[in-house]
Design a protein around this ligand. Structure first.
Ligand code: HEC
Length: 141
């Protein structure tokens, strides 16, 4: 390989590095930005209302999905079928759907017991499914 060719290869590698650096600075990868924007749009009250209607319109599958998620994430504190444990029981109680959604979204604490907000963990649709499940617990018991 001639010295000249090597130099020009080195030069192009340098150029490519430089250019991708510039591209990155001007237009950082969109994926992350897009996700944040999507998350923000999801917390739009209109979108939340839309999801509420959707989830409540197919109640059976929503309650089932909610139950599945509850058993994965919430049982640890709220007990089997919301029978209580570290946190208050959720079964056999009258709740307002919007109150439940807001509480699940933002979290809640009682003394030193803290429930974290679930906003980042669950989409509005998934939170409404949890709401339908908790509501179903008040009807049964
Ligand atoms: C780390 C423990 C913990 C986990 C996990 C947890 N919670 Fe809670 N939750 C609490 C505490 C503490 C409170 C505050 C008051 C209380 O003790 O009921 C609370 C309160 C609530 C309330 C309001 C009850 C009321 O009386 O106003 C709802 C609804 C609720 N949680 C739903 C959920 C759901 C749904 C999940 C799963 C996504 C969940 N929680 C997971 C600890 C937890």
């Amino acid at each position: 390989m001639s010295v000249q060719l090597l130099t020009s290869i080195r030069y192009s590698v340098f150029l490519i590095t430089l250019l991708s650096g510039v591209t990155y600075a001007v237009a950082p990868p969109v994926s992350d930005d897009g996700k944040t924007a999507k998350k923000k749009a999801q917390e739009d009250p209109e979108y939340i209302a839309e999801m509420k209607a959707k989830v409540f319109s197919k109640e059976n599958s929503s309650v089932a999905n909610g139950e599945h998620r509850f058993n994965q994430t919430c049982v640890y504190c709220h007990g089997h079928q919301g029978s209580g444990g570290k946190a208050r029981k959720l079964q056999g109680r009258e709740f307002d759907a919007d109150y439940l959604f807001k509480t699940i979204t933002k979290g809640k604490k009682r003394g030193s017991l803290v429930m974290p907000p679930w906003k980042r963990t669950f989409t509005p649709e998934e939170r409404w499914e949890l709401v339908t499940y908790i509501l179903s617990l008040s009807e049964e018991k």
